[in-house]
Design a binder for this molecule. Structure first.
Ligand code: IMP
Ligand code: MG
Length: 333
């Protein structure tokens, strides 16, 4: 039997998917963790046993020795992937026999990087992600099984997930709803599907899904060339306190107040059952409790009032208050 939980980002990426995955894996109930979309454009910052790690391809299960799969919905840069394994090993994380790649995942080739947003219009991560997906869909791409260095890692996802044995899979997404190729603000999007449906495309049957963890921040951030940040010095303060600089590119992230309507839309489309809102301590330090609702900015007299408002809004999506979690920047949930 297959059982699956899905982690999906409800905003523009960087909402602590890695942290939530790390926390859920720590409970030790998963047989596999599966990254279901994206490439090395993603950057997951994970604090494990007091050390900071930034992963790009490998899902968070690896920190607990849970077999970690890069799914067929991903694109993979072989050189960066091998360097990432080296980095994990040097940091004391055992990877031998624990990291796998779906044999038909597509590969990012050196030429893809040069072709990635050369005019800088979208403000991509220049990791070759878009051109690799372009070639996949043009049916001229190269798949993992065609790259000899990747041979030791290859698996067939059907055989792993549908072997008849019990499997419990944590599906870990990359990027977020606001960057989804279809639901995001095109063309300021990434080239993959970032919704919970994207996990299913990797061979997870819909009837195996139990929980969908939607993760967001108590404010929003976005990296790219769309104008996103209102002109108010408060956002520079949020950026500093929240350490809002890209894990992959080091670029400063534009900041803005939470858009509760976008959050609710993402909750609805992704079939979210549990919500984690992170970085409460950042707004606490800034001392302002604000969000946009129906295009109008709302202020709250206290943290509790804002939490209550959010929790009430989420009830309309059958999310009980006990399934809404507020977390801090430095702590785990
Ligand atoms: P690409 O995915 O590199 O093609 O970039 C497309 C857009 O998605 C740009 O605005 C990037 O900054 C953004 N993006 C891609 N990956 C991530 C991520 O992991 N976190 C946040 N933004 C991302
Ligand atoms: Mg990130």
């Amino acid at each position: 039997m297959i059982r699956a939980d899905i982690i999906v980002d409800l905003q523009y990426g960087d909402c602590a998917k890695g942290k939530v995955a790390h926390h859920l894996c720590k409970k030790g109930k998963y047989t596999h963790v599966l990254r279901y979309n994206g490439g090395c454009n993603a950057g997951h910052t994970i604090y494990h046993e007091g050390k900071k790690f930034v992963t790009h391809h490998v899902p968070a299960g690896i920190f607990f020795g849970v077999p970690s799969i890069i799914g067929l919905g991903c694109v993979l840069d072989p050189e960066k992937f091998l360097l990432e394994i080296e980095m994990l090993e040097q940091g004391g994380v055992a990877t031998e026999g624990k990291i796998f790649i779906a044999r038909n995942a597509h590969v990012i080739l050196p030429k893809h990087k040069g072709e990635d947003d050369p005019e800088g219009i979208i403000g991509t991560t220049k990791s070759g992600n878009g051109p690799a997906y372009r070639d996949k869909y043009a049916r001229v791409g190269v798949r993992a099984f065609e790259v000899p260095e990747l041979a030791p890692f290859l698996i067939d996802l059907y055989e792993v997930l549908h072997s008849g044995k019990d499997v419990s899979v944590l599906c870990e997404g990359a990027q977020g709803f606001g960057l989804d190729i279809d639901w995001g603000d095109y063309p300021y999007v990434t080239s993959s599907h970032c919704t919970s449906a994207s996990a299913l495309l990797n061979g997870i049957p819909w009837k195996s899904v139990r929980k969908v963890w939607g993760v967001a921040k108590i404010y929003e951030t976005y990296v790219g060339h769309k104008e996103f940040e209102p002109k108010d010095p408060i956002f520079a303060k949020i950026r500093e306190i929240g350490e809002e600089f890209g894990a992959t590119t080091g670029r400063p992230r534009q900041c803005n107040w939470l858009n509760i309507d976008l959050l609710c839309k993402a909750v609805a489309v992704n079939g979210v059952t549990h919500v984690v809102l992170s970085k409460m301590d950042v707004l606490r330090e800034v001392g302002r409790w604000k969000l946009y609702s129906k295009g109008v900015m709302q202020r709250f007299a206290s943290e509790d009032r804002m939490k209550k408002y959010i929790t009430e809004r989420l009830k309309a999506y059958s999310i009980a208050p006990k399934n809404v979690f507020f977390s801090e920047h430095k702590d785990s949930i």
